[in-house]
Ligand binder design. Structure first.
Ligand code: AP5
Ligand code: MG
Length: 214
C-alpha cells in the first residue's frame, strides 16, 4: 500500500502518518524529518536545506526527489510506505509517478488532511518535537506525561525553528501556491481521499482507516 499524505503545514500529516505506519506495518517516510536529521548531524544536505526551511520556503526539487526515490527502494518498503511531505510540487509528483511506473507500480491513495489556515497558526505555536526520536506532541492537544520530556525515549522536547508565527505564515503561502495544486493532480488520477483534520486526532485516524480498510 503506497500512501501520500497531503495537507497544509500543521494539518496533522505527521501525526496521522505515524499512526498509519504502526497499524499497517509500513515505513513512515517524512522528507521534513530527513532534512531535520541531516541538520542535526551537520551534513552538507542539512546545511543547504536549512537555508530554505528557516525561511519557510521549499527546498529545491533536485535536493528532494532522488533522496525519496532512493529511500523507497530499500527493503523495508516492499509492502509499501506512507509518504509525508512529499511530493510537494507538481514536478515532484511527476518525478514520483515516473519512478514508480518504471518499476510497474503506482500510488494507491493520496489522503488530504483538511484544516483551514485559521486553525494552523494556533496548532504550530503549541507543537513540541522530540530531539531524540522525532515524536511530535502538542502542549494542549497531545501533552507529554512529564513536561518537556518525550514519553517514548525521555529526550528533551524542542520548538521547531520554522514554527515561529512569521515563518508559519510563509509556509502557508508556499503551501497554497505550490502544494495545493496537487489536490487537483491526484483528483484527476482518481486516488484522492479527503478527511476533516479539525476533529480529534483519533477521529481523523478512524476516518483514514475507513478509507484504507481494516
Ligand atoms: P515538514 O516537516 O513536512 O513540515 P510541514 O509540511 O510544514 O508540516 P508539519 O510537519 O509542520 O505539519 P504536519 O502536517 O506534519 O503536522 P503535525 O502532525 O506535526 O517540512 C518542513 C520543511 O522542510 C518545509 O517547509 C520545506 O522547507 C522542507 N521540505 C520538506 N519536504 C519537502 C519537499 N518534498 N520539497 C521541498 N521542501 C521540503 O501536527 C501539528 C501539530 O498539531 C502537532 O503539535 C500535533 O500534535 C497537533 N495535531 C495534529 N493533529 C491534531 C488534531 N487532529 N487536533 C489537534 N491537534 C493536532
Ligand atoms: Mg510533519
Amino acid at each position: 500500500m503506497k500512501i501520500i499524505m497531503l495537507g497544509a503545514p500543521g494539518a496533522g500529516k505527521g501525526t496521522q502518518a505515524k499512526m498509519i505506519a504502526a497499524k499497517y506495518g509500513i515505513p513512515h517516510i517524512s522528507t521534513g524529518d530527513i532534512f531535520r536529521a541531516n541538520i542535526k548531524n551537520g551534513t552538507e544536505l542539512g546545511a543547504k536545506a536549512k537555508e530554505y526551511m528557516d525561511k519557510g520556503l521549499l527546498v529545491p526539487d533536485e535536493l528532494v526527489v532522488d533522496l525519496v526515490i532512493d529511500r523507497f527502494k530499500e527493503p523495508d518498503c516492499q509492502k509499501g510506505y506512507v509518504l509525508d511531505g512529499f511530493p510537494r510540487t507538481i514536478p515532484q509528483a511527476e518525478a514520483l509517478d515516473k519512478a514508480l511506473s518504471a518499476i510497474g507500480e503506482k500510488v494507491d491513495y493520496a489522503i488530504n488532511v483538511e484544516v483551514p489556515d485559521e486553525n494552523i497558526v494556533n496548532r504550530m505555536g503549541g507543537r513540541r518535537a522530540c530531539v531524540g526520536c522525532g515524536a511530535t506532541y502538542h502542549i494542549k492537544y497531545s501533552p507529554t506525561k512529564v513536561e518537556g520530556k518525550c514519553d517514548t525515549c525521555g529526550a528533551d522536547l524542542i520548538i521547531r525553528d520554522d514554527d515561529k508565527p512569521e515563518t508559519v505564515k510563509n509556509r502557508l503561502n508556499v503551501y497554497h501556491e505550490q502544494t495545493q495544486p496537487l489536490i487537483e493532480y491526484y483528483t484527476q488520477k482518481g486516488i484522492i481521499a479527503e478527511v476533516d483534520g479539525t476533529v480529534d486526532m483519533n477521529d481523523v485516524f478512524d476516518a483514514i482507516v475507513k478509507i484504507l480498510g481494516e
